[in-house]
Ligand binder design. Sequence first.
Ligand code: NAP
Ligand code: FER
Length: 335
Amino acid sequence: MTNRQILLVSRPQGIPEPENFRLVETLLGDPAEGQFLVRTHYLSVDPYMRGRISDRKSYADPVALGALMVGGTVGTVVASRHDRYREGDVVVGDWGWQEYALTDGAGVYRFDTSLAPMSTAVGVMGMPGLTAYAGLLEIGKPNEGETVFVTGAAGAVGSLVGQIAKLKGCYVAGSAGSPSKVEHLTKELGFDAAFNYKDSQDYAAAIAEACPQGIDVFYDNVGGPVSDAAFTHINLHARVVICGQIDQYNAEQPPQGPRLLWNLIVKRARVEGFLVFDHGHLYRQAQRDISGWIKEGKIKYRETIVDGLENAPAAFIGLFHGENLGKQLVRLAND
Ligand code: NAP
Ligand code: FER
């Protein structure tokens, strides 16, 4: 049968461009003994992929030029010669930007669609969901009544961080990049305050207004000048969770910012970076909790969905222009 795949063909300078990718048709055989064939329903585009397509040293080898683009995926088993998987099973894994994949099951997990719809397996119930859950609860350790400030607040991770913090009884503020995102945060997701960083000249003033009691937990998805301003507004014994620095992912040279570590001395604060991969032991617990919160109406999630494999590069690039509200997905087949 014919498969369609997207390959990385050149490395971006700055923000990636569609020309860095190429769509190809390839041939795919039948599953061999011990293999199964999966059809991709949704593939996830994520900010971390910017790191994987550059040749910078990282937790994993860069995607080679001419190789299949990596990424989280969810889909159904369409043919199987594997004793643990049957046709119709919904599975989640990392088989990359392609319509079909043959796998022996390594790194593939069954997804329980009674918990939430299939698409969430790579969103609120998947890697970004666990990132929000573990980063906030294990590292941020919010206490009732404290102020949590989250950057990138209208994205997949940030929107969940803010809502879990509300569930824990915190005052929650966030920043995001458009008036409609700010309205979504305060009107739909229950944030106490939010501001549009693209519309602000003075981030310190915007943060002071949004967080009148100062910041106890700063969950940073963005880095850059908004993050710099948040450091100057932390409280005694604040926890700063470094989840992402998307403001810098396309930088060709490391940016020079103000020197802020003095604030940590004065406030006896803790800054900790983390990677979701170190929190895999919480995956099932996070899924149970998040699914429960969704069913009880305590957590809402949004997905921005584009259709067709050919649109995956544009969807990925759109992350760096804030085109997504909530989780950005590419749909290749209906549920
Ligand atoms: P996302 O927030 O759904 O999408 C990215 C968002 O970033 C965009 O919608 C855009 O929203 C914002 N953005 C883009 N460029 C920006 C800039 N220069 N300054 C400020 N905001 C910018 O993505 P996500 O999957 O939830 O990831 C959020 C962050 O968490 C990323 O930094 C990612 O790398 C990180 N992350 C870390 C881990 C980990 O293990 N540590 C795991 C997953 C994700 P606006 O409209 O608001 O600009
Ligand atoms: C991310 C940003 C960075 C992420 C992982 C990394 C899974 C890891 C980078 C590295 O190890 O170099 O959003 O998500």
